[in-house]
Design a protein. Structure first.
Length: 319
């Protein structure tokens, strides 16, 4: 089976977003992997690093319906899902859909909403549906949530619980640009916003094709076992309170499959697992004590990778 269409789409997306976002090719690649695997992404970084601009550029490049919601403490679940209102002219109740009925939802500063509102995202992120007053409504495909949060400012915030974090395929840090990248940013934006001139490269049809193709990427039993050994070690460490769930191991498999395609292969290798382990697994760890930071969680995942025996590559491609 040829996976050329997925590779071609990924390269086109990187090039198109690169007209607006300087650098960050690795972040764009992770967003693409999440889109293909029907996953969601949590972007965590200080304000002004381009999180919102990146989400808008991705939506515009792929001709996706885009909605942005600023999460605040007074935001209600019905503000996201929609409401039933009484139409006096028709003499009946009608459903007015909320911003969750879209293709790409930007949940800006998600940790500023109350746990009640945060929990309203659980059903749509996992099952691609919304229940309103006893009625279930399906969401259109593709559907993806990109949430942002500030790791520094904690006043007036509500940390995402483990159940919510487990719904995100990746947790990504944008990071500051280098000096050279910062110069390019200033030159690019001094005469206007390049997002306004950005043209789409494709539509939902090619995305649906990529989502259908990637799952046929082969993975040998030895690599599956290697992946599960890494996951199981997160549950056995003394410094980890809660390890990675079975949902996390499935997420790692899907991400590794698409990563293999983007590296020109139709089979998964241990290198694919290593590359995807930290962004997929680190945010799913609940650490003991006071050192509950993303950096420490990533370090634990890297330690586990170094301590886990890698299966021999001979025969992996043929199985």
């Amino acid at each position: 089976m040829s996976y050329g269409p997925i590779n071609q789409l990924a390269e086109q997306l990187k090039a198109n977003i690169g007209k607006v976002i300087v650098g960050k090719e690795n972040v764009v690649e992770l967003l693409f992997i999440a889109l293909v695997t029907s996953g969601h992404v949590l972007l965590e970084d200080v304000p002004g690093t381009g999180k919102t601009l990146l989400a808008k550029s991705m939506a515009k490049s792929l001709q996706l319906q885009f909605r942005r919601v600023q999460f605040t403490p007074d935001l209600l679940p019905s503000d996201l899902t929609g409401i039933q209102f009484y139409n006096q002219r028709e003499g009946s109740f009608e459903f007015r859909p909320g911003p969750l009925f879209t293709n790409l939802l930007l949940a800006d500063e998600i940790n500023r909403a109350t746990p009640r509102t945060q929990s309203s995202l659980l059903e749509c992120m996992e099952e691609r549906q919304i229940s309103v007053e006893g009625e279930t409504k399906r969401l259109d495909k593709p559907f993806m949530v990109i949430a942002t949060q500030n790791p520094v400012e904690h006043q007036g915030t509500f940390p995402l619980p483990e159940a919510q974090l487990d719904r995100f395929l990746f947790k990504i840090e944008m990071g500051y640009p280098t000096t050279e990248e910062a110069v390019q940013i200033l030159k690019r934006f001094k005469e206007g916003d390049p997002l306004e001139k950005l043209e789409p490269i494709t539509g939902a049809e090619r995305i649906a094709e990529a989502q259908r193709l990637y799952s046929s990427v082969r993975i040998a039993d030895d690599v599956l076992l290697y992946m599960l050994q890494i996951v199981e070690q997160t549950r056995k460490r003394d410094d980890v309170l809660i390890g990675v769930s079975p949902r996390g191991s499935q997420a790692l498999l899907r991400a590794a499959q698409v990563h293999a395609i983007l590296r020109g292969r139709d089979f998964v290798t241990p290198d694919d697992v290593k590359a995807m382990a930290a962004p997929v697994l680190a945010h799913r760890l609940a650490l003991r004590g006071l050192q509950r930071t993303q950096h420490n969680a990533q370090q634990i995942v890297q330690d586990i990778i170094r301590q886990t025996a890698v299966p021999a590559e001979a025969g992996i491609a043929a199985r």
